[in-house]
Design a protein around this ligand. Structure first.
Ligand code: DPN
Ligand code: CA
Ligand code: ZN
Length: 318
């Protein structure tokens, strides 16, 4: 994604002089022009995870495609967004003979021809409640969206959030959404940020590598890196390949990025020195298992990754 600089049309030397002059003459107490990114309280995100855990517990223990726990999850997230002033829509599709649902929420401000999207999948596997995979990304995105509303953000770009169905069956919901767009609608989406697993109990701090996957965006990678830098957390780049919903957007040529706290892979000793936690153990030992409950979350990782979502959304929204 290219961000237009306001002085891009001026010759470089004039621009440099102007920048130098305004910096030199700016009083030390000058108010920042950009809205400071918020520090999201982790308790708010955990409250959403508790609601998703309940959606599973009351509905046979999972939130999988075609099961009532999935629909209960959609209804919870939609209810919170509607109350906050979002324009929401449930997009239905059918897969494996069952109705599936994507939830799409627009913050009704900013340029509709210049959209920044952020999303993640809301379904779990049938084995368990899917609280880290991917209640965590779903809850983090929801709390960032609610913060945008609470703070009355009026961005230059339009912000759109998406919660995808049936990811666990092969990125089904996100592919359906992208395929449902006209080419004009696709071209309005200037970037897509994906969050799938951000609260792993033995966490890593990974940013999707712009050069390591199709349609990777250096602008998005850098915005996420800057967020972690502000948190004082060292990152590693990773190539998530086709394993999550960003791939549906990448296939349509939409620039993508995201963060990830690790799944079934093992934390190395170098990573344990850098991030703490247990070397030689998986990032998430409950990945795709019945023990992926609210106990299977690092609140530190959940908090940091969500603060980074907010940081990136605020800085990219303009
Ligand atoms: N989306 C999950 C899965 O494919 O099971 C987990 C995952 C997310 C894996 C991000 C890699 C990267
Ligand atoms: Ca926080
Ligand atoms: Zn996932």
């Amino acid at each position: 994604m290219k961000l237009r600089h306001p002085r891009a049309a001026l010759p470089a030397m004039v621009a440099a002089l102007l920048t130098a002059a305004s910096l030199a003459s700016a009083p030390a107490t000058a108010a920042p022009t950009a809205l400071a990114p918020p520090d999201i309280p982790v308790a708010n995100i955990q409250a959403h995870l508790n609601a998703l855990q309940q959606a599973a517990s009351r509905n046979g223990g999972n939130r999988a495609h075609g099961r009532p726990g999935y629909r209960a999850s959609v209804d919870y997230v939609k209810g919170r967004l509607d109350a906050a002033g979002y324009r929401t829509r449930i997009q239905e599709f059918t897969y494996n003979g069952y109705r599936g649902y994507n939830l799409i929420a627009d913050w009704p401000y900013g340029d509709p021809n210049n959209v920044l999207m952020a999303g993640g999948h809301l379904d779990s596997v049938t084995a368990g409640p899917g609280i880290n995979d991917n209640g965590s990304g779903s809850a983090g995105l929801l709390e960032v969206a609610l913060t945008v509303s609470r703070e009355g953000l009026r961005p230059n770009r339009q912000l759109r959030f998406g919660w995808w169905g049936a990811e666990e069956l092969g990125l089904v919901g996100s592919r359906y959404y992208v395929n449902s767009l006209t080419s004009t609608e696709r071209s309005r989406i200037r970037g897509y940020l994906n969050f799938d697993m951000i609260g792993s109990p033995n966490p890593g701090y990974f940013v999707y590598s712009a050069s390591g996957q199709p349609s990777g965006s250096a602008t998005l990678e850098n915005a996420l890196r800057a967020g972690f830098q502000a948190e004082g957390v060292p990152i590693e780049l990773t190539s998530v390949g086709g394993r999550s919903d960003h791939a549906s957007f990448a296939r349509a040529g939409i620039p993508v990025g995201g963060t990830f706290s690790g799944a079934e892979g093992y934390k190395s000793s170098a990573q344990a020195r850098k991030w703490g936690g247990t070397a030689g153990a998986p990032f998430d030992r409950c990945y795709h298992r019945s023990c992926d409950t609210t106990s299977n979350i690092s609140s530190t990782a959940l908090d940091r990754h969500t603060d980074v979502i907010a940081h990136a959304v605020y800085s990219l929204a303009g």
